[in-house]
Each structure stands twice: as C-alpha cells, then as structure tokens.
Ligand binder design. Sequence first.
Ligand SMILES: C[S@@+](CC[C@H](N)C(=O)[O-])C[C@H]1O[C@@H](n2cnc3c(N)ncnc32)[C@H](O)[C@@H]1O
Length: 385
Amino acid sequence: MSQAHLAYESRVNLGSYYTPPEIVNIAWKMIEPYLRSQTTVIDSACGYGDFLKNCGQSITIGCDIDETAISVAKKNNDEVRFFQTNALCDVSRAKFGIPQQSDLIVVGNPPYNDKTSLIRHSIKDVNFAIDEDIASRDLGISFLRSYNKLEADLICVLHPLSYLIKPTNFRHLKAFTANYRLVDGLLISSSEFPESAKHTSFPIVLALYQRNTQGMAYNFIRSFRFRIADKSGFCLGDFDYITGYVDKYPKKKRPISVEGNSHHSENDDSLFFWTMRDINALKRNRTFVESYSANTIVIDKRKLDYYAYVDVFKRNLHRLPFYFGNCDVLIDNDLFRQYKPSFISDTVSHHPFLKKHFQLKPIEEQQAASGLDTYFKLLFGEHHL
Ligand SMILES: C[S@@+](CC[C@H](N)C(=O)[O-])C[C@H]1O[C@@H](n2cnc3c(N)ncnc32)[C@H](O)[C@@H]1O
C-alpha cells in the first residue's frame, strides 16, 4: 500500500487510494501522442505524484490537499511544481500559474466518494470549500467539473464507470459533457486497488476526454465501445435491459383500499419484490420478499415472469464479469420466452410459495439447469465467465 502515511479514516475521507504503477503506465501511453514541449500537465489530486514522473519536456504541476503527500511528492520529483492546496476551491488556471493559451492536459486519479458517506469523527479533514458551480455530493464529479473550469484540452483520469453509464449521473455532469467527448475508455476493476478489494468490485474507467464544442449526449455513451483487457470490448447498446419489462422501483404512493386500509394485508395474495438498482445491488439484495415495506415493489402480476427472470438472474451473477456491475439486468426477450420453463422451475424451486401463481408446468431440475446454462451463455456471449 503506497499511501501508508494516512490512517484508515483519512484514506477513506480523502479518497486516497493510490494508483498501481501498471495503470499509471497505461494512462501515460494514452496521453503520449498529445504531448508537446509546451504542454502543461497537471494532476490536481496527485498524492505522491506518480502520474507526473514521465512527462518528458512538458511543464508539470502537482497539487494535493494532503500536506504529507505533497512533501513526499517533492522528494520524489524535482521537475514538478507542487502546490499543497484544495483543488476544488477558486478553481482557475491562474491559481496554478498556467497561462490561458497553454495546451493543458489533466491526468490522475481524483478521489471519488460520496461526501455523505464520510467517516464522521474526522470530518473536519475533508470539510474543505468547493466552488458552488462545481459542487456535488460526489467528490469525483466535482473534480471532473473542475477540469472543465480549467478548460483542459485533454483529460486522462480514472473514475467510476457509473458516472457515464447511469443516466442520472450523466445528467449531473452536464457542464462537463457539454464540452468534452470520450475518445478512449479502458475498463478496470476496483479490485485492482488492493485496499478496495474487500468490497464488491465495481467498474472504473480510465477515460480519455478531448475538449470538443459538440460535447456528448447519453446516446454517445450507449454506443461507445469501452476497451477491456483480453476481450473485444464492451458496449451498453449491445444488450437489452429489464427496465422495459418490470417496475424497478416502488410506485410513489402505495394504493389504499376503500376502507382506508392498505391493499396488501396479510391475507391477500399480493407479491412483493425488492427494489432493483443495478447488478451490484442485486448481488447484495433479496428478490421476492414476503411482506411489504418502503423498499418493496408490489408486483404487477402480468409481469410476474420477468420478476422470476430477475430472481434467476441473481443466482447466475457469477457468470458476469465486473464491468456489468452498474448495468441493469440484461435480457434477450425472445430467447427468454424460449427458455421460460427453465426459469419458472428454478424460481419455484427456490420460492415454493410462488408455485400457484404460474400456469407453466415445472420441468425436471436437470433440464432446467441445462436450459439456464444455454440461455446465459447465449446472452452473455464472449463476456460469459
Ligand atoms: C485516489 S488518490 C490519487 C493519488 C494519485 N493521483 C495516485 O493515483 O496515485 C486521491 C488524492 O486526492 C487528494 N485530495 C482529496 N481531496 C482533495 C482536494 N480537495 N484537493 C486536492 N487534493 C485532494 C487526496 O489527498 C489523495 O491524495
């Protein structure tokens, strides 16, 4: 572990998970073709300055809010101009002495964490001011917005893939996406960062953005082919998702019966399903549940087959690589119809109380298992593990 000078809490609060050297090298290869002798390269959350070691002739600037990190960085790199300061406050080129006309490249691995999940008792460590126009609950989003404020020509940074592929997050990046276009994106598992390996791994993208007046819309991301080591790539648009077939979230208001009692009392035969977010959430959560709560969906029985589908999907998540973690459940509807008996049998065998709700006659366990195996291999194709 390289950020050894920090105690656990500060590491979490500052998002200090330093980047493995192999990944720093890949970032280097990505920006190399764009480097000129007059280019300025900045890492505004530089830690020990590892991203700034190979900059050749360029002018290099490192910044970090962490005093100790900067003093180590200074010892490691004498060609670099370092600033110990908060990169998210009074953001401007002038702050770092970068001329307005300079070509500017941002590199690095800014912190990404949700400020609401910080470890409370050392919160003063991270209670730094953030310019209003770049403020966000997530530090990583603020950092991306700060690069736009610096009018960087090229940006090569790591960040959670969810920023791009979740439509709500993508909308939060509006000022950024209006001015930048993704030109390359390599998907990396968070488990490559030794310290985060104990959590469910999530996809991180090493992204290369170029400043561009057209920016990019969500559809651009949907059809973007991300690179993955050893595979031909990953494109959201290659798949259909469960979103169109079920309700993922509870309806705003729970229906109330005429008597004023809730519709879903113990003795009616409503069925409940746990809220669906993405594939990583499905890993942690239940599917069918027996009683109502604020987090349950009251199943529209016309869509029951598709809830059964999600339930079976959950038991087959081990077939999927990390980069699907923030996606919705994938489906091939025609293929699903073909293999439906396998799905229903599997669901019923795990949740016997569902039996009476299905018309289909269950099939042999063995036959169901082989049906599911074929279905998932066809659905995931080269991604199947
Ligand atoms: C994920 S680490 C990356 C360090 C280095 N770039 C690397 O990848 O090895 C994030 C760094 O951001 C720094 N940081 C957090 N908030 C900051 C802020 N507001 N301004 C400047 N640096 C900040 C942390 O101290 C930490 O060193």
